[in-house]
Structures are given as C-alpha cells and as structure tokens.
Design a protein around this ligand. Structure first.
Ligand code: HEM
Length: 354
C-alpha cells in the first residue's frame, strides 16, 4: 500500500503519477478509515463500480445521507449533450480548429525551445471552448480567471481554500453562460479550456519521454487514433473518482453498505497487470485498449467524442510537421489528487523542413 496522506487526509498514491518510476499494483478493495471510503484499484473492481446502478457519482465532501441526483434530469442532460455533439457539429468545430492548428504549427520555430502547452495546446483549446460553448462576452480574460479557479479545485478537490475560491468563481462564471445544453455551458468551458490542455500535456509528455514513438507517429500518421487511446491509458489524467452506495451491494464479493463512499483509482486500474500485459510499457500498437480515462458505463464522459476529435485535430499537425521532439528541461507538475499535469512542456522540435 503506497498511499501518502497529506493535510485533510488528501490521498496521494505516488505510483499513480504519470512520471512515477514504479507501476501501481492493484489491491483487493479495502476500507480506509481516514478517508472514510472503500479504495478500488484493480481493473475488474473499478469496472464493476462503473457498471453498477447501485452506486452514484459523488465527491469527497458529500454526506453519508446524501441522495442520488435526480435520474430524469441526469438522463435529460446526457441526451441534450449527445444531441449537441452530433457528427455534423463536431465536423464544423474540427474544420474551425484544424486550419488554426496548422497555422500555429507552421509558426513554431526549430532554433529555440517552444513550450508546447502555452504556445500551442492552450490557445487552441481556448478557441475550441469559445466556439463550442458560444460564449460571446467580451470579458474573456475574466472568464478565464474564473475558469482557472474552478479547474484548480477539480485538480485538488481536498483543498478547502481552492474549494471556496471555486465555489465563488462557479457562481459568477455561470452568469456568462445563460443558455445552451447544460454540459456545454460553464463546466464545458472549463473542461475544454483548462482540462483538455492538461490531458494533451500528459499525452505529449509520454511521447516526449519516448522520442522513438513520436517519430513512429510522424512516419505512420494513420496510427494516431489507435495510438491516442494507448496514450490516454498510459498517461491518463483523472486520478480518482467517487461513488456512493444507494443500498447494500455485493461488489465482486465485497459487501458495501448503503451510504458507503468508494474511491476509484483510475490510473491504477489503467495499469492493472491482470488486464494489460506489460502495463508500464507505452505500446502504441496495443489493441482494444479499454482504458478508464474518460470513465465507463452509464456515467462515462458524455464529451468523449468531442475530446477525441479535439485531441486528434490538435496533435496530428504537430506530429506531421516535426520528425522528433525532445524535452529541454525537467518538468514541473501542477494539480493534486484529482488530476496532475505538467506546468509547461519546453521542447526542441526537429522539423521535416528544418
Ligand atoms: C479533457 C477533458 C475531459 C476529461 C479528462 C473528462 C473525464 C471524464 C470522466 C472520467 C468522467 C466520468 C465521471 C464519473 O464516472 O464519475 C466524465 C463524465 C462527464 N463528462 Fe467529461 N471529461 C472531459 C471533458 C468533458 C467535456 C468537454 C464535457 C462536455 C461536453 C464533459 C462532460 C461530462 C459529463 C456531463 C459527465 C457526467 C456524465 C454522467 O454522469 O452521465 N466532459 N468526464
């Protein structure tokens, strides 16, 4: 058990970090008194929790007696979002972002290091967030500040000060997104403008750690859609999710009582040896990946098709234009027990035309 506890009993499993030299190992479910939760880390246990209709999504601070969210409202939100993310709409947004990504790639110099996060991923993700949510307010800088506060608390949900800033920011942010499908309002803006660059940064960090794999994708661009799924498995973002039991249940032989909280360790499950041969190896040709980075089951990420489209449209021009890339400095990390990603990605790129 490699858990490290910090203030507020914040759970940090060092082995779940993207840059950890050791691979997490799945353990049988156990109840952690300090965290007040069952800890699930094996792929089969996390999958069972995702699929169970007797568990509902919650957060680290909900009360034992809290009620599950309204079922009809949840189904309506999912249906509305899926409707808003039709293939036609995704195609329009892809056509908007693709030329911007290509233009930005062409402006990247090869004679000095470039921060792939700040100079490339972040501006493109912000543009996508503006287009997809349709936010029209001129005060985008202030909207970004508010969204940054919300994102910081999602990255470290156990920090009370971040939580209180996020709560105030959330209320104000909401006013800038008065209409549209629920998931494509303030929360969609935060996910696209702030969470997506973090997801890309983790995936690109993994590629920068494996320069030969970057070159392979440069030479075989058709491999990218499948390879990106492996990058999501290997360098996933969300570290933990929470569930609460609606009634007494038996989960893979373990009795969970009504009202009990569960913590699902997604990174550990994504690297479970029982499910993935050589889980600590980045294998871009791995088939049928089935990772949990975008959840699974009835509550899986409803924005997954948008995330996949955006990840590919932003990553592919980078790989096409540059034959190799190398990190020039050690990486600083940000975030916490919710998710963690590089602060910057300073890299020197070698172009086909340089
Ligand atoms: C990089 C960005 C994103 C990541 C890593 C991510 C990840 C996830 C994960 C892991 C879940 C499962 C939560 C659970 O089971 O408790 C989830 C659910 C969800 N995501 Fe995303 N997501 C991202 C972006 C988005 C975007 C852009 C949208 C909006 C279109 C979105 C909308 C949702 C919604 C509404 C749910 C709840 C689904 C439900 O309860 O039925 N996500 N996301």
């Amino acid at each position: 058990m490699d858990i490290r506890r910090e203030a507020q009993h914040r759970p940090i499993w060092d082995s779940d970090a993207v840059d950890s030299p050791v691979c997490p190992h799945g353990e049988a479910p156990y109840y952690d008194e300090a965290l007040g939760a069952w800890i699930l880390s094996r792929y089969s246990d996390v999958l069972a929790a995702f699929l169970s209709t007797d568990l509902f999504p919650t957060g680290p601070h909900s009360k034992k007696s809290s009620e599950p969210p309204d079922n009809d409202a949840w189904l309506k939100t999912r249906a509305e979002t899926l409707d808003a993310l039709s293939p036609e709409r995704l195609g329009e947004w892809r056509d908007h972002i693709a030329p911007l990504a290509r233009k930005l790639v062409d402006s990247i110099p090869t004679d000095r290091p470039v921060d792939l996060l700040r100079e490339f991923a972040q501006p493109l993700c912000l543009e996508l967030a503006i287009v997809a949510t349709g936010v029209t307010h001129k005060d985008t800088e202030h909207i970004q500040e508010l969204a940054r506060d919300v994102s910081a608390s999602a990255a470290e949900p156990y920090d009370p000060s971040l939580r209180s800033h996020a709560s105030a920011a959330n209320k104000e942010l909401r006013c800038y997104f008065p209409s549209g499908p629920e998931s494509l309002r303030d929360s969609g803006f935060v996910a696209l403008a702030y969470t997506l660059p973090c997801l890309l940064a983790n995936a690109w960090f993994a590629l920068l750690q494996h320069p030969e794999e970057w070159t392979r994708l440069h030479q075989q661009p058709d491999l990218l859609p499948q390879a990106f799924e492996e990058l999501l498995r290997y360098a996933g973002l969300t570290q933990i999710l929470f569930r609460r039991a609606i009634q007494d249940i038996n989960l893979n032989g373990v009795t969970i009582k009504k009202g009990d909280r569960l913590i699902l360790r997604l990174i550990a499950a994504n690297k479970d040896l029982e499910r993935f041969p050589q889980p600590d190896q980045l294998d871009l040709t791995r088939r049928g990946v089935g990772h949990f980075t975008l959840g699974a089951g009835p509550h899986s990420c409803v924005g997954a098709s948008l995330i996949r489209m955006a990840a590919l449209v932003i990553t592919s021009p980078l790989l096409e234009r540059f034959v190799s890339a190398n990190l020039v400095k050690p990486i600083q990390w940000q975030g916490g027990s919710g998710f963690r990603s590089p602060v910057s990605l300073p890299a020197l790129l070698k172009g086909t035309r340089s």
